[in-house]
Design a protein around this ligand. Structure first.
Ligand code: ADP
Length: 544
């Protein structure tokens, strides 16, 4: 357990006096109940994945006190959320909504503006409002986790329904989709699979999008577009509203599945492999998001710390990696491809045969026979995730350093060999120079690949923390110079990433700011989220 004692008085947001702030807090407590408004005057407890803090980032990459909440409030209904928003407008207090606060590697529950009031939606608004077994849809509140949804589908005995889960199953179904998270069944693009939002706007109105705007409809979760402009997009990765309900399509059980694993020997094999993957993925012969992983992560997935494999300084040596992998069932290699085929045996065998034929064109490629892998092998965790069962195995690699934290560089590229290789070389250069290890995962959505470079550090080592942040900054700039942009980023890197999307004299950010000022004239909702600052904050030294 890592708990920070605190010497200071509770933090309060800038621009409001201490006594007025506490007066405002008393007013909110009288509206929501004392038990639903908590001033953040306790030590900062980092908790762990299943008990994440809601006051700060449990994996802080700068001093914990920099991005810390003044208070946390727990609404129990959409009506409560409206009250909180109206209150914030009255006192000009910044708000930061979270669903469950498990956004690890991207800032966790921390607000971008120090002293903002965190709205922890997940604690009380955690109902599964509907699972429709005929339409294969669901409607959830922010506090519904993948585990929660999975268990409810099982409890109701809906054997014909699957859910789609990301690498870790404890997060919010709604929060993950809002941040463009992905999972590993054919329904892995969570945002694409959503249908319908209920949103509280920054001025306190409630809007339902798509068919949800039609009173008496029975189509909210089956047709996302409704009539008129499709506004859902402005509520993802933004600060234009607080989402209180969200609908999704659920995948039908495909009648069987089979996971597979191939290993590739050399670093350069990445180019040929990605060229093979592209047409297969676009044609959906490769049916789920590809996971092309660098093999160092296999050592970390054992849960053992780095020191169990190597005591030296600097980037983890390749020879050491091979030496340890030799004793592993996967053998010495550089890249691993984890995938899954779906359907009854005959249907999936056709696809598995094509994949085998194509993958084996890479010299030195090997298929790992799942039958030889023990039940504890990581392969079976991927198999679970790819068939819609939540899992936590992925947490193991965070223990690479004591007090492990991680931060990600997540650029998007076309699924082309040259691009994958270029990104790999860029990452490798910084990996070696920084001496901090990187875990790399090329996730092929459909036509694009998201490279996720996780940089791991010791949270109690200020040097490692600042190196990790610096290395991310360099990668973002270098990536942008080559034409690669991030699909998601840490809240401290949002301004920089937003700045790389600068085409036509920053036309996109100008548009975003215009929307922000129109929807949130007092600038109370998540100022700075995704690099979007309200007028009240712009040009006053907040951007970094
Ligand atoms: P997780 O889903 O992993 O638990 P969070 O709850 O931390 O993650 O959500 C990720 C991010 O998405 C948050 O930092 C916040 O900025 C935003 N967010 C989450 N839930 C909502 C919501 N209901 N409305 C608006 N923004 C949200």
């Amino acid at each position: 357990k890592r708990i920070r004692p605190r010497q200071c008085l509770p933090v309060i947001p800038q621009g409001i006096g201490r006594s007025r702030f506490f007066l405002a807090i008393d007013e909110l407590s009288s509206q929501l109940g004392n038990e639903n408004v908590e001033v953040n005057d306790k030590p900062l407890d980092d908790g762990w994945y299943m008990e994440p803090p809601n006051t700060h980032d449990g994996m802080a990459i700068t001093d914990e006190e920099e991005l810390v909440a003044s208070a946390v409030v727990y609404p129990g209904s959409t009506d409560d959320v409206q009250k909180i928003v109206q209150w914030a407008n009255k006192y000009l207090i910044p708000l930061h909504p979270i669903s469950m606060g498990r956004n690890f590697g991207y800032g966790g529950a921390a607000p971008r503006v120090r002293g903002a009031v965190v709205i922890d939606l997940g604690k009380r608004m955690n109902k599964i409002l509907d699972i429709n077994p005929d339409d294969s849809t669901c409607l959830v509140e922010p506090g519904v986790s993948y585990y929660g949804l999975y268990e409810e589908v099982q409890r109701r005995g809906y054997k014909h329904l699957w859910i789609d889960v990301p690498d870790l199953g404890g997060g919010s179904v709604l929060g993950n989709a809002l941040d463009h998270g992905v999972g590993y069944t054919p329904y892995g693009d969570h945002w694409a699979m959503h249908s319908g939002l209920e949103v509280v706007t920054p001025t306190g109105e409630v809007v339902r999008t798509g068919m949800g705007a039609l009173p008496g409809n029975n189509t909210w979760q089956v047709f996302p577009y409704g009539f008129g402009p499709f506004i859902d997009g402005i509520f993802s990765q933004s600060n234009y509203g607080i989402v209180t309900k969200m609908g999704f399509g659920l995948m039908p059980n495909p009648g069987g599945h089979e996971s597979f694993l191939y290993t590739f020997e050399k670093e350069e094999d990445l180019e040929q492999l990605v060229e093979i993957v592209r047409p297969l993925r676009i044609a959906m012969i490769l049916e789920n998001a590809a996971n092309i992983r660098h093999a160092l992560q296999v050592l970390a997935l054992s849960g053992k710390p780095r020191s169990a494999f190597y005591e030296g300084e600097g980037a983890f040596p390749r020879e050491k990696m091979n030496e340890h992998l030799k004793d592993h069932p996967y053998g010495a290699c550089t890249w691993l491809y984890f995938g899954t085929c779906y359907g009854p045996k005959e249907a999936r065998q056709l696809k598995l045969d094509i994949i085998h034929r194509e993958f084996m064109k890479v010299p030195g490629a090997r298929r790992i026979d799942p039958a030889v892998l023990p039940p504890s092998d990581y392969f079976w965790s991927r198999d679970k995730i790819a068939s819609g069962e939540p899992d936590l195995e992925e947490l193991a690699w965070v223990n690479w350093w004591p007090n492990g934290g991680h931060v990600a560089f997540s650029p998007v590229a076309p699924t082309r060999g040259v691009d994958a290789l270029r990104l790999w070389q860029m990452a490798k250069k910084h990996w070696i120079a920084s001496g901090l290890d990187f875990f790399l995962d090329f996730v092929v959505g459909l036509r694009e690949l998201h490279l996720i470079v996780e940089c791991v550090y010791d949270r109690d080592d200020p040097k490692q923390r600042s190196t990790a942040l610096e290395v991310m900054r360099s990668l973002i700039d270098e990536g942008a110079e080559e034409g690669y942009g991030e699909y998601r980023t840490h809240l401290l890197l949002s301004d920089q990433v937003a700045g790389t999307y600068s085409w036509n004299d920053n036309a996109l950010m100008k548009f975003n700011e215009k929307l922000k000022d129109c929807l949130d004239p007092n600038g109370i909702l998540a100022p700075g989220r995704s690099g979007i600052w309200p007028a009240r904050y712009r040009g006053r030294g907040w951007e970094i």
